[in-house]
Ligand binder design. Sequence first.
Ligand SMILES: Nc1ncnc2c1ncn2[C@@H]1O[C@H](COP(=O)(O)OP(=O)(O)OP(=O)(O)O)[C@@H](O)[C@H]1O
Ligand SMILES: [Mg+2]
Length: 465
Amino acid sequence: MVRSLSDETGEKREISLRVAETKQKDYGRGKVRLSASAMEAIGVEVGDVVELFAKRRSASIAWPAYIEDQEDDLVRMDPLTRQNIGASIGDKVLVRKATYKRAEVVKLAVSASMQGSIQEGFQAYVKKKLFDFVVVQGDKVAVTLLGQPMMFVVVYVRPSGIVKIDDDTQVLISDKPVEELEQRPITYDDIGGLDDVILRVREMIELPMKHPELFRRLGIEPPKGVLLYGPPGVGKTLLAKAVATESEANFISIKGPEIYSKWVGESERAIRSIFRKARQSAPCVVFLDEVESIAPIRGLAYGDSRVSENVISQLLTELDGMEELENIVVLAATNRPDMLDPALLRPGRLDMLVYIPPPDLQARKEILRIHTSRMPLTEDVSLDDLASKTEGYSGADLEELVREAGMEALKRDRNASKVTLQDFERALGAVKPSITDDMVRFYAEWNEKAKKLRRVEKPELLGWI
Ligand SMILES: Nc1ncnc2c1ncn2[C@@H]1O[C@H](COP(=O)(O)OP(=O)(O)OP(=O)(O)O)[C@@H](O)[C@H]1O
Ligand SMILES: [Mg+2]
């Protein structure tokens, strides 16, 4: 059945096509690939602007199908375009020739963590990269900065509707950040230096969900809750995101402070509804990020949000009420284990404690490798050397270091095609390590405490994953 789109021109030649993946080389290019017959059906030629509609409306440039494509009813698009229209591979999308206008103004926003990277001349660079792109308000667009994708949200366009960016377009970058922008699903390959931790977490989270019979047979109780703790920026949230992608279970994620900000006065109900949703969608992982702000030691004020006792008791009630084989696991993360209400760590609650340490030399090299994997480097850049110069840098610091080096390259030469050792040295001057000796001591003490709290280790079951 063909649904009609709002149309200003009166022309309604639209077709329903099936979404398919593009090759990697087409990622972020703002183009979709269509068969010749599909193009003919809607009256477009290569290079024309097409409007796409699934859950959301967006636009793109029509490009020819790959030579090897046999099917006429495919529209190939990169993951970002799929996100922009709210479609997955295999979904139906309506496609038609677009009515568009020249963009006078396009305003972009970046996530808060990227904002520090924006420097003089950056606007011009972004504009050059987005030349000839078509966008609508609300779209996400990616700009590659020396191999590093940087994500933007189009927060405003003038005139409204579908617009095409050209030489005269004023491209602005908003000083208001947007929420964290995910450009693609995180996998275990995106995490450096935590192989052992990943295995343990998979054993505790994936295994009980994939093979509950194994636990039943061996009479072992699967863990109900796993707490990841460790210094800021070492990959706790990153690891949880990878679990979300890779575990094949449903995933409900909530950031502690949101419980109070998003559900003002209703935080207790929010907890209840999260667990209700989890039960309905089991197998399910409930991820409580920055959990110390949901359940701090009672009496401890957390920021200016008034933590209610009721919220903590509701959380404990939910954890206690979780049936053994309900197939729900709670994953929580914190960098302040000392602030957590101890009741949360009792047996049968968050009883598996996993320490995420700051990266050692080898881990830092791994992390640098991951974050420079698409960055063209000159030969004098040695990741070994960089790893040894970055003692005390967290994963987040290393990521920032790489981004900063890219920015330095751009500052040196607007058309730079590679990042040099000198760029990295400048970046080392600007990005400082965030992990202090005091911090390391604090977590070491906590590890001792955690050992006493930890319940009996389970037998090795990893062969089953
Ligand atoms: N082990 C790692 N491997 C690769 N990248 C990492 C690693 N650790 C951190 N990073 C980078 O740093 C970013 C921030 O890390 P993350 O949000 O996971 O930190 P966190 O441990 O949750 O910190 P916090 O306690 O402040 O919440 C990640 O998105 C990733 O880009
Ligand atoms: Mg985090």
